[in-house]
Design a protein around this ligand. Structure first.
Ligand SMILES: Nc1ncnc2c1ncn2[C@@H]1O[C@H](COP(=O)(O)OP(=O)(O)O)[C@@H](O)[C@H]1O
Ligand SMILES: [Mg+2]
Length: 309
């Protein structure tokens, strides 16, 4: 899995204010990458620079080896982009809008003719008939925005707050669609200020605050960095008293610390030592009844950064 989107010290200054600050973003092919941060963090500005729609003050953005600033047309050709505010021809139906988009993207009518009803159905707009887009609700326009991305079958989809304006049911539906895109060959970058949706569908997460990337990686990596000082925490229970087992576990190579609390061993290490620890326990004739590695909640991670400023 290679890196498909990369920025190097990407920076944007508006009127002496740095709104994107030396951003080093890396998105791997085949993943859903979530750019997370509060309003004003610089998410939209970053996306505009990725798309070549805004010029960086310094630094570079690369999408599939094309420089976003110097080769914006090549970038636009391979990316399906869903802007913060989707725009369509209001006096046309959803089908007509999609047909036009297909044509603009060089997809012949013979192909789009069959694809459009399927796509409209998949985004939940299958039953609206000939209603023109001017009469659509915000949520319906969002759904059409997703359809716009889907019709291109792009190598990369870049989506700016794709669930904005949707009700909870609509959000679930759209998240499922987006989460399924890598299976169809599309790598996704989406930005959002909603934690739980990023946690649900993104394999990689970057947290942006005041234009700076404060942490980037998988949820596990983020959690370890934010909450446990880079360490792994393993919990272990045995039939035998924890204090006896602790002596054995302490001798396992890589174990940094063992505490016993209510009979449960709390083990701290700098790599995932579940295999080594369970082997040592069993080889010393203790009976293992439970073992788990600490899992992280994005809420806790996010709060940690935004409470401590
Ligand atoms: N065209 C612009 N001119 C001046 N300031 C801007 C412009 N676009 C965005 N900003 C400012 O840049 C900051 C980041 O905005 P934005 O990228 O839209 O954040 P987000 O999408 O994370 O909410 C905000 O403070 C915003 O006011
Ligand atoms: Mg925004």
């Amino acid at each position: 899995m290679g890196c498909i989107i990369e920025t190097k010290d990407l920076t944007k200054v508006y009127d002496k204010t740095t709104v994107v600050d030396h951003l080093n973003l890396r998105v791997n092919e085949g993943e859903v990458y979530g750019l997370l941060g509060p309003n004003g963090a610089g998410k939209t500005t970053t996306i505009l620079m990725l798309m070549g729609l805004t010029e960086p003050t310094s630094g570079t953005a690369t999408v599939c080896e094309f420089n976003s600033t110097r080769e914006p047309l090549k970038v636009k050709r391979i990316v399906g982009y869903m802007p913060e505010k989707v725009g369509f021809y209001e006096n046309m139906t959803s089908k007509e809008n999609l047909q036009l988009i297909a044509r603009l993207n060089g997809i012949p009518d013979s192909e789009s003719e069959a694809a459009i009803p399927e796509i409209l159905k998949s985004v939940g707009l299958g039953k609206i008939g000939n209603l023109t887009v001017g009469k659509f609700s915000r949520g319906m326009k969002q759904r059409l925005g997703i359809a716009d991305v889907l019709i291109k079958k792009p190598r990369v989809a870049i989506m700016d707050e794709p669930t904005a304006g949707l009700d909870p049911e609509g959000i679930n539906h759209i998240l499922e669609l987006i989460g399924g895109l890598p299976k169809l060959g599309t790598t996704v970058v989406m930005c959002s200020h909603r934690l739980y949706e990023v946690q649900r569908i993104c394999q990689s997460i970057g947290i942006l605050s005041k234009g700076k990337m404060i942490v980037q990686g998988s949820l596990d990596q983020l959690g370890r960095q934010a909450l446990t000082n880079g360490r792994y925490q393993i919990e272990l229970k045995t039939v035998e008293p924890g204090s006896q087992v602790a002596e054995i576990v302490k001798k396992v190579k890589g174990v940094l610390k063992v505490d016993v609390k209510d009979g449960t061993l709390l083990i701290s290490s700098d790599s995932d030592l579940r295999v080594e620890i369970s082997r040592a326990v069993v080889q010393n004739n203790f009976t293992l009844t439970e073992m788990k590695i600490q899992e992280f909640n994005l809420d806790d991670i996010y709060m940690k950064y935004f409470n401590e400023g």
